[in-house]
Write a protein that binds this ligand. Structure first.
Ligand code: NI
Ligand code: MN
Length: 225
């Protein structure tokens, strides 16, 4: 499986059969200027919640690619008003897609859409794809609900927000990684705005001290999982 980072919480997972794009927000991200949004392809787009830094390019990419959008029913309703029709709405629970199983899990955050309407509960996702189990936490603070994932899964990677203020910071994310029992963490949701800027060396050291690995691929970089 391949992971390509597009900044903030946007990334592409390429499995053996499909391209899964998460939380598309690129053109509004000052750090992602070199990414050509028009070139991003997707079969599915998974949306954690309705905030602008997660849905900024969602409508355009969904219309251009006709990817199926997996999201909360409230976000689905908003998307339909924008003319997006290829949608699979779900809520906290799991569903078996053609590429693998997706479980929508709780996130401790909020969710409203760009027009101010309610976005339903914020969420994260656990994917069971190609024999690999991956957790994307979405935007969330540290929460004991994460311990449930250690009972349900053997996670290979946890993709966690580490910018603080709106979400977990590196200290919290280390505890989250312990809760979900995963040693390889991909950091997202940092540096895009001054209030979520992090000291990368300090973050890497914080994870190393806890015998965990923090991966911080550059924007535009692709790594093999
Ligand atoms: Ni948010
Ligand atoms: Mn956010």
């Amino acid at each position: 499986m391949k992971y390509t980072y597009y900044g903030q919480s946007c990334f592409l997972l390429e499995t053996s059969s499909v391209k899964l794009l998460f939380d598309p927000f690129i053109s509004g991200n000052p750090l992602a200027k070199e990414i050509d949004v028009e070139k991003i392809d997707a079969d599915y787009i998974l949306v954690s919640h309705g905030h602008g830094d997660h849905v900024g390019d969602l409508v355009d990419i969904a219309k251009r690619t006709n990817a199926k959008v997996i999201c909360m029913p409230e976000i689905a309703g908003w998307l339909q008003k924008q003319g997006v029709t290829n949608i699979h709405d779900m809520n906290i629970g799991k569903f078996k897609f053609d590429f693998g199983t997706v479980r929508m899990v709780t996130a401790t955050h909020s969710s409203s859409l760009p027009d101010g309407s309610y976005g339903g509960n914020p969420a994260g996702f656990v994917l069971d794809v190609d024999g690999t189990q991956i957790y994307f936490a979405g935007d969330t603070g540290l929460t004991l609900d994460m311990k449930l994932l250690a009972e349900l899964y053997q996670l290979e990677y946890a993709i966690l927000p580490i910018g603080g203020n709106y979400t977990m910071d590196p200290d919290d994310a280390v505890i989250a990684a312990e809760y979900v029992n995963c040693s390889k963490v991909m950091g997202v949701h940092y540096d895009s705005f001054p209030v979520i800027a992090i000291n990368k060396d300090f973050a890497l050291e914080t994870f190393k001290r806890a015998q965990k690995t923090l991966l911080l691929p550059a924007i535009g970089e692709t790594i093999d999982l």
